[in-house]
Design a protein around this ligand. Structure first.
Ligand code: ZN
Length: 118
């Protein structure tokens, strides 16, 4: 088994937030779908709230899954040399950020920084 330890920060950078969004959305959907008894007025009210809250949870889960699929696709294309981004180190796609002193770009693949937006 070929385990690439240097890819761990890249995988965290690319996949941590999408997986978090997907997981939170799915857990929210499970909580909202599994509403229990409606015997008390509070439980009946919470049932309505949970039925409404199901849709934002579904949207969050769909956003996370599609973001995850996009980043997997981006990484796969970068590994096959099909992405020519602004990174001078690895050719990866940069994301634009505002720093304390100026605007800069950070590579999504290798994490290197470069002044200005590229
Ligand atoms: Zn790079």
């Amino acid at each position: 088994m070929n385990l690439d330890l240097t890819a761990i920060p890249r995988n965290v950078r690319l996949f941590a937030l999408p997986i978090l969004f997907s997981t939170v959305g799915l857990i929210g959907m499970l909580i909202c779908a599994g509403h229990g008894d409606r015997n008390t007025p509070l439980a009946a009210m919470m049932t309505g709230v949970l039925q409404i809250a199901f849709w934002p949870a579904l949207a969050l889960a769909l956003l996370g899954v599609s973001w995850l699929a996009r980043n997997i696709w981006l990484l796969w294309r970068w590994q096959n040399g099909e992405v020519i981004g602004g990174c001078t180190t690895c050719g990866g796609v940069m994301r634009h950020e505002d720093g304390r002193w100026s605007q800069y770009s950070r590579c999504n693949i290798c994490g290197s920084k470069r002044q200005g937006w590229h």
